[in-house]
Ligand binder design. Structure first.
Ligand code: THU
Length: 131
């Protein structure tokens, strides 16, 4: 199967695991590591609101914990039928671990998704090489 399609399916599946009783906005994400492993995540909210973690960060931190520190694709699905783009905090976390040609896949549904370059989404960023 086409790898983008596979990431779309994984993100859609992960969305079902969202713990979002406060916003009722379920998000699923799937990332592809440089060595072709897939990690997925969902948003996990909290009664105290601020500790909430986005789906993208759950997926990325799982990958990093397992030793995969380079990510080449990030797929995201929020409200079905709309494109959901990563929030500012997630963009900064993606920036930390992305490859230079990293792609973002935003998903409306299983058939409708679009791919964009991460640098288009987050130009002139501050990252590990800025220090
Ligand atoms: N959310 C994500 O999981 N990813 C994003 O990039 C945008 C926002 C979650 C956080 C919160 O649980 C809910 O969506 C509403 O903001």
């Amino acid at each position: 199967m086409d790898i983008n399609k596979k990431l779309v399916e994984e993100a859609l599946k992960s969305r079902n695991n969202a713990y979002a009783p406060y916003s009722n906005f379920q998000v699923g994400a799937a990332v592809l590591t440089e060595d072709d492993e897939i990690y997925s995540g969902c948003n996990i909210e909290n009664a105290s609101y601020t500790p909430t973690v986005c789906a993208e960060r759950v997926a990325i931190f799982k990958a990093v914990y397992d030793g995969h520190k380079k990510i080449k694709k990030v797929a995201i699905v929020g409200k079905l039928g709309d494109y959901t783009f990563p929030c500012g905090v997630c963009r900064q976390v993606i920036r930390e671990f992305c490859t230079t040609d990293c792609e973002i896949i935003v998903i409306k549904n299983k058939e409708e998704y679009q791919t964009l370059k991460f640098t288009e989404l987050f130009p002139h960023s501050f990252g590990p090489d800025s220090l």
